[in-house]
Structure formats: C-alpha cells, structure tokens
Design a protein around this ligand. Structure first.
Ligand code: FAD
Ligand code: UDP
Length: 370
C-alpha cells in the first residue's frame, strides 16, 4: 500500500481544488511545488499590509454560480470591480471600450453618434470574415480604437504582429454603448478578502504539502509514494519535449514600494503605446480599497519565454495548438496521470475555468475510484 492516493504536482488552483475534492472523498494527497509557496500564479506577498499580486494582477470573475458559491465557501470576496484606465502617450481612456471611451476619443455624447462613428470606420475596411487578431479588432471597433488602444499594446504583450495572433485573444474585451467601465461582463466579480493566499490555504488545509520540490528532479521517488499523479506543470516538459517545445510568453515584474499613499488612483493602468516598454502598472492596494500610508506598484514587462523564465501565457496559435494536440494524444495513454490546468492543458484559462475543470476532472476521477 502506498502512502498517498494522489501525488499532486503543482500547488496552484488546479492542484488545490483537486486536493480539496479528493480529501472530501476520503483520499490522501501529497501536493508538491517547485516554488517555495502555494497558490501558483495567484500567490500574494504581504508588504506592510498590502497584498502584492506577485505574478500579475488577478481579478476573480465568473458567470457560473456553482463556481462562485464554491470559492465563497472558503472565504468571502470583496466588491472590487475591474475598471482599467489606458494611457496612450499621456491621453487617458476608460476601458473596456464604452461610452466613456467614445466620448474621450471623439467627444460623442450619445450611443447613436458613437455607433455611427464606429460603423463608418468598420465599413470602410470591408472585413467580412476576420482571420486574425488585427482583422477581428478592426472589424469590431474600427481604426481609431485599434491604433490607440489595441495594436501597440497587443504587439508588446505578445511580441508578434497582431496579424499573426489568433482572434480569440481580443474577444475577451467587451464593447458596449453604455457608460459602464466594468472590464468584465460576468455576473460575479471580486477579490478574496485578505488576498488569494487565504483561499488556497483553506483548499490545501488537509493535504500534505512539500515546497521547493521539482517533480523532474525526483520523479521516480515521488511517483512511488502515490497510486496516481495529478500533473499541472508544462505538458511538453512531462514528455521530455519529445515533439519539440511549446511556446509561451513570459513577463518580468518590477515591484516598487513607494512612500506615498496613492500613486495612480486605480489598480490597473495600461500603457497602450509601443514606446513605453511595460504593458501596465498595477497598484495593488486598490484591489482591497487599502488606506495604508505607503503603496506598492508593479510594472509588467513582456518577454519571450526561455526555460529560465516562468511560462505565464500559452500562445494558442495554430502552430502551437497542433503541437499541443500531439502531446495530448500521448497524455491519453498515461492511465495513472491526470493532466490539468493552464500549463498541462496549454490553454489561456482564467481562474474560474481552471476551477471548473478541476472540479469536473476530480468528480470523474473520484466517482470512478469509489
Ligand atoms: P499555476 O498557477 O501556474 O500552477 C501550477 C503550479 O505548478 C505552479 O505553482 C508551478 O510552480 C508548479 N509546477 C510546475 N512544474 C512543476 C514541477 N516540475 N514540479 C513541481 N511543481 C511544478 N485569471 C483570472 O481569472 N483573472 C485574472 O485577472 C487573471 N490575471 C492573470 C494575470 C497574469 C499575468 C497571468 C499569468 C494569469 C492570469 N490569470 C487570471 C490566469 C490564472 O493565473 C490561471 O488561470 C490560474 O492561476 C492557473 O492555475 P493552475 O493551477 O492551472 O496553474
Ligand atoms: N488588450 C489591448 N489593449 C488593452 C488591454 C488588452 O489590446 O489595453 C488586448 C491584448 O491583446 C491582450 C488581450 O486584450 O492580450 C487580453 O487582455 P487582458 O488584460 O484581458 O488579459 P491578461 O493579460 O490579463 O490575461
């Protein structure tokens, strides 16, 4: 008999949700992570009372009531609503694209005038079947918005021409003809009170957790401890890059602790021009309406991924998606391993997607193990 039912590789949201479900079904989990903390990319570091989102701003949003109730069963969420501001060469615009943005761009004051302006620009271009991010964006919002608020930000973020990027990336951004700066269309939104660590600590409360442990450095010893493996790391690495490496986009975070109470008056300010080398500045205290005397800001610099960096974003273009399919085929033959999460499924998932998938996979697995 082995010590554990499951070895969970990765203490991010997928691993934490799976472990919690397994515990409820009477199973024992050993959770490992190569980092020295739990939470994966949602981990926060507390700096003088401010929860600093160490791996980029995380705003929880979902329209799925089951997922919202699930996360709220661990900890309360606050009423934070994401309303980023874009700075284009010193001009400020509200995001997502809404009546405030249209007024700032064109001084139009009614939805009819705004629609007319966009329709004129869109019809001039005559794009009927958008094939890439550039065509998708232009056919949705026209040239002015595309050039000031999308093209340069997108090309900085992804390090590729917008014409070579998949259209779905931009479909995340709402376009609305009301004065509403809420970035998300979802029904539920907020930040866990006390930060994300509280959420993940509660999910992992009943698992054994070992930090600073890399699966690939002691693969055989670790696998010998459990009947099955739940793997949430990079799928290509699991198979020793047999078919070649998947591409990711990485980020460098530059954190600064400043002796002022309020640096930019908003949690998220995007710099949408190409001359500014970072994409956005996050001021963390505003996620929790902080009133501390000092503040922490983070500049996000996009970078190409190499195996020395963290693989933050999968690049879901057709070349990488085809390669992923080959790894996925291999993964189907690993009957003792469950692959899940942003890296193992190579998908640009939000937190609510990852939680929903983890719950689904855990139910299938735990029902069949009964
Ligand atoms: P991860 O959090 O990446 O966890 C995987 C864990 O596995 C990591 O801790 C890693 O160290 C560990 N691991 C990997 N390989 C090994 C190994 N060999 N041995 C041991 N451990 C290993 N989602 C939202 O809903 N809202 C947002 O606002 C939002 N903002 C984001 C901003 C940024 C900059 C990024 C990068 C992502 C954002 N997301 C957001 C997405 C969100 O981070 C993910 O959906 C979610 O955290 C993924 O959870 P996961 O468990 O799949 O992966
Ligand atoms: N985007 C943009 N301008 C902005 C913000 C976003 O063009 O000011 C585009 C960009 O292509 C980005 C995508 O929209 O990759 C999704 O942005 P979001 O901030 O939702 O994604 P995140 O980086 O937080 O995952």
């Amino acid at each position: 008999m082995k010590n554990y039912d499951y070895l969970v590789v990765g203490a991010g949201l997928f691993g934490a949700v799976f472990s919690n479900e397994a515990h409820k079904a009477g199973k024992k989990c050993l959770v490992i992570d190569k980092r020295n903390h739990i939470g994966g990319n949602v981990y926060c570091e507390n700096v003088e009372g401010i929860n600093v989102h160490k791996y980029g701003a995380h705003i929880f949003h979902t329209s799925n009531k089951e997922i919202w109730d699930y996360v709220n069963s661990f900890t309360e969420f606050n009423r934070y609503t994401n309303s980023p501001v874009a700075n284009y060469k010193g001009e400020l615009y509200n995001l997502p694209f809404n009546m405030n943005t249209f007024y700032q761009l064109w001084k139009v004051t009614t939805p009819e005038e705004a629609k007319k302006k966009i329709d004129e620009q869109v019809s001039r271009l005559g794009i009927t079947n958008p094939q890439n991010l550039e065509e998708q964006a232009l056919s949705l919002v026209g040239e002015d918005i595309y050039h000031k608020l999308i093209k340069e930000y997108t090309e900085k973020q992804w390090g590729r021409p917008a014409r070579e990027l998949p259209a779905f990336i931009i479909k995340r951004l709402p376009l609305r003809f009301t004065f509403d700066n809420n970035y998300f269309d979802d029904k539920y939104q907020g930040i866990p009170v006390g930060g994300y660590n509280v959420l993940v600590e509660k999910m992992l409360a009943n698992a054994d957790v070992r930090l600073g442990v890399d699966f690939f450095e002691q693969r055989n010893e670790l696998c010998a401890l459990a009947d099955k493996v739940v793997y949430t790391g990079m799928i290509d690495q699991y198979f020793d890059y047999r078919f070649g490496k998947l591409e990711y986009r990485s980020l460098r975070f530059e954190h600064q602790h400043l002796p002022i109470a309020n640096y930019q008056g908003n949690a998220v300010v995007n710099y949408t021009d190409k001359e500014t080398p970072f994409t956005r500045i996050i001021e963390h205290k505003h996620f929790e309406f902080g009133t501390q005397p000092s503040t922490v800001i983070t500049k996000e610099y996009p970078e190409e991924w190499t195996d020395k960096q963290e693989p933050y974003y999968p690049i879901n273009d057709s070349k990488n998606d085809d390669l992923y399919k080959k790894y996925r085929e291999l993964s189907l033959n690993e009957s003792n391993v469950i692959f899940g999460g942003r890296l193992a499924e190579y998908k640009y998932y939000d937190m609510h997607h990852v939680i929903a998938h983890a719950l689904k996979k855990a139910r299938v697995e735990l029902d069949s193990a009964k």
